[in-house]
Design a protein around this ligand. Structure first.
Ligand code: ZN
Length: 343
């Protein structure tokens, strides 16, 4: 019996039954064309309407449309069922389950050195400092000579330097201090500036020595700058880093580019009676600093009779280690995700 000989109720029952038993997507598509497509069963019903008695036309049209709606729903439902069956079949055959939720996207984080550098930049910026940058390959002149470290100066022996050419006129900077020299040539006093960056030493590495590490140089030039200004700036810096007031003390220290020079110690932020970080002394050696040597000002084109200044060389790597309780400087540049994911 063909579809044409069935009444609408029978047509519907037959269509639904065939849709439900379609074995695959292409069989289902063929059915869909047969019933709903051009020249299909539904169109046949609709085109037959004008041949009916006028009183029957309305009901026939309505019936045809309801049949069309019911079949559309049935085809769609079977299509979804077939898709699920296909996934299940693949899972059983291969063990691959396309419906498993995907693993979440992992988010990276800023390196601890970047975090602390940015915090310090914000802090110094709020105190009116300019943030400066300088090249990592420096001239021997900027790295040594202009900082009052002449070729035969004993301090230069202690700098285990990577030279970049045979003449020895280019070096990987051994400290961020050459940025001071550049700053003095380009900024008109009075000014305040800090320069964070990488520095390099030819060292054998261990838990506290690394060939590449980070410093932040600070330089303030103005009228009547004194040690009091220096201490004030350092206390603000430490309060910003450790979130509390930290006592500091100065010990005399010798560095060719400052006069007088000091070693600045900070009261251990982790203990009151001595701990492993402060080697049971309650003080932590933090940075060399001092009033800028007149020769250094002069080398930078600044008249030491008129201007004075202070400078400090903050060990950023060391500060980051203190801040996060990192016990080996080599972790910082290791690129080891097990380390980096902790920040
Ligand atoms: Zn301590």
């Amino acid at each position: 019996m063909t579809s044409n000989e069935l009444n609408p109720e029978e047509l519907k029952a037959q269509g639904l039954q065939r849709a439900a038993s379609a074995a695959n997507e292409s069989e289902l598509k063929a059915l869909e064309r047969e019933y709903l497509g051009k020249g299909g069963v539904i169109q046949g019903l609709l085109s037959a309407i004008p041949t009916l008695e006028p009183s029957e036309r309305g009901a026939a049209g309505k019936q045809a449309n309801m049949l069309k709606g019911a079949l559309s729903v049935a085809f769609e439902a079977r299509s979804a069922e077939l898709a699920l069956e296909a996934v299940e079949g693949e899972r059983l055959a291969t063990g691959f389950d396309a419906t498993m939720p995907a693993p979440g996207v992992e988010r990276g984080s800023l390196h601890p050195i970047t975090q602390v550098t940015r915090e310090l930049e914000d802090l110094f910026h709020s105190m009116g400092y300019t943030i400066l940058d300088g090249p990592e390959v420096e001239t021997d002149h900027n790295n040594f000579e202009a900082l009052n470290i002449p070729a035969d100066h004993p301090a230069r022996d202690s700098q285990d330097t990577f030279y970049c050419n045979k003449e020895g006129s280019l070096v990987l900077r051994t400290h961020t201090s050459p940025v001071q020299v550049r700053a003095m040539k380009h900024l008109k006093p009075p000014f305040r500036a800090v320069a964070p960056g990488k520095v390099f030493r030819q060292e054998s590495t261990d838990a506290s020595h690394e060939h590449t590490f980070h410093q932040m140089e600070g330089l303030v030039v103005g009228k009547d700058i004194s040690v009091g200004h220096l201490i004030g700036a350092m206390k603000t810096l430490l309060a910003g880093i450790f979130g509390k007031e930290i006592e500091v003390r100065l010990r005399p220290g010798y560095f060719p580019f400052v006069e007088p020079g000091f070693e600045l110690d900070a009261r251990c932020p982790f203990c009151t009676e001595g701990c492993s970080v402060c080697k049971r002394t309650t003080w932590i050696e933090l940075l060399p600093c001092g009033l800028v040597h007149p020769s250094v000002l002069r080398a930078g084109g600044i008249d030491p009779e008129e201007w004075s200044g202070f400078a400090f060389g903050l060990g950023l790597s060391r500060l980051v280690m203190l801040r996060f309780g990192i016990d080996d400087v080599r972790h910082l540049l290791s690129g080891d995700l097990r380390f980096l994911e902790q920040f």
